[in-house]
Design a protein around this ligand. Structure first.
Ligand code: FES
Ligand SMILES: [Fe+2]
Length: 381
């Protein structure tokens, strides 16, 4: 906000402030997050290697919305709400392979494309039209083998939300189509999901909190984060090769010594470490003050790798552990009666010590919440 004082002799500029604490602590705000953000954006479902053959399926949830993904007899990967169209029992549990989908309650049987094949005794019901009954399908897209769903049937395609990401990702990870998950480390954080996502999305805190990452993986002086649609693209030079905590073949390909990450608003990030090492972050909000973070690691054909295991372990015991302390503390602070949102540090030249990426996230959150009269920012002046 720009204000001119009474005698108009100078212009005073009020810095942009962080979001009001209620966005992170109020259960009504969490409900609004679900309806306005989480259920209207692209959310990670699983990896294509989990549904290689027709009939392969896996169940998952986004908040309380139970879903599953299945590969059809026609080889198309589809996702559905995991709810029977009879009287609402869940259709599948866990993962596996099925020829047809049989609801365990009264044995209504669905084809792999969601259409109802048969309901016991349905021929006795006048007007019962199997052709009109189908599981509720949700939008599904596959990006480099990663399956995403969007509960909003009107949502823009991923390529419009996240322009150029697929092309960039393929250039950083040329073997991405051959990758399979080898580890999912699950991290419990006692904070609102946005606290964790914001912490991931700035490196203003890196130098003092992540010594291993800041010395042994990247060069913090060159760290930058830029918006690319609703993607926040992180780029940096990497640590000198002799400081790296693992060895890489620097001549393997064009991006062999590079680091980059692509945070896909709101809950997923692809991250590439030097050596073309792909790893991912997935945030699953549990409630207003608890979040699960899944750290995924991948290798060609899912082969075990000592280097990757060591790297995943190093990540868990350094960067991840360091971040858990930060985000848990922030959540407690947001509940403090003494907290007033402070000014964001926005450097017009961007760089590692700028929070312009937080400003972008706060704008996305404010935009989403602006239709909600119950969640309004209190005065911060
Ligand atoms: S609820 Fe599924 S068959 Fe009845
Ligand atoms: Fe961090």
């Amino acid at each position: 906000m720009v204000e001119r004082d009474d005698n108009a002799s100078r212009v005073s500029i009020e810095p942009i402030r962080a979001l009001d604490a209620s966005y992170y602590t109020d259960p009504h705000a969490f409900e609004r997050d679900k309806k306005r953000i989480l259920f209207r954006t692209w959310q990670y479902a699983g990896h294509v290697s989990q549904v290689e053959k027709p009939g392969d399926y896996f169940a998952f949830s986004i908040c309380e919305q139970n879903l599953f993904t299945v590969r059809g007899a026609d080889h198309v990967v589809r996702s559905f709400f995991n709810v029977c169209m009879h009287r609402a029992h869940q259709v599948v549990e866990g993962s596996g392979n099925k020829r047809v989908l049989v609801c365990p309650y009264h044995a209504w049987t669905y084809e792999l494309d969601g259409g109802l094949r048969k309901a016991p005794n349905d021929d006795k019901v006048p007007g019962f039209d199997r052709g009109k009954i189908c599981l509720a399908e949700v939008r599904t897209e596959i990006l480099c083998g990663f399956i995403f769903v969007n509960l909003d049937s009107q949502a823009m395609p991923m390529a419009e939300w996240f322009p150029d990401v697929e092309e960039q990702l393929r250039s950083f990870v040329p073997h991405i189509d051959a990758l399979k998950p080898i580890a999912w480390n699950i991290i419990e954080e006692r904070c609102n999901w946005k606290v964790s996502v914001e912490n991931y999305s700035e490196c203003y805190h890196c130098r003092i909190n992540h010594p291993t990452f800041a010395r042994g993986v990247i060069d913090p002086n060159s760290y930058n984060i830029m918006s690319q649609g609703h993607c926040l693209r992180h780029t940096t030079r990497t640590a000198p090769l002799e400081n790296m905590t693992y060895t890489i073949d620097e001549n393997a390909n064009a991006h062999a010594t590079d680091y980059s990450s692509w945070f896909l608003w709101p809950t997923f990030s692809f991250q590439v470490y030097p050596g073309n090492v792909l790893n991912t972050y997935l945030w699953r909000p549990l409630n207003v003050a608890e979040t699960l973070v899944y750290r995924g690691w991948y290798n060609v054909d899912g082969a075990a790798s000592g280097t990757l295991s060591k790297l995943a372990e190093q990540d868990l015991t350094t960067t991840v552990a360091e971040d858990i302390r930060l985000v848990n503390s922030v959540q407690q602070g947001l509940a403090s009666l003494g907290y007033r949102p402070g000014p964001l540090v926005i450097d017009p030249e961007y760089g590692v010590n700028s929070e312009h990426s937080i400003r972008a996230i706060h704008e996305w959150i404010r935009d989403a919440h602006s239709q909600n009269p119950q969640v309004s920012e209190s005065s911060t002046s």
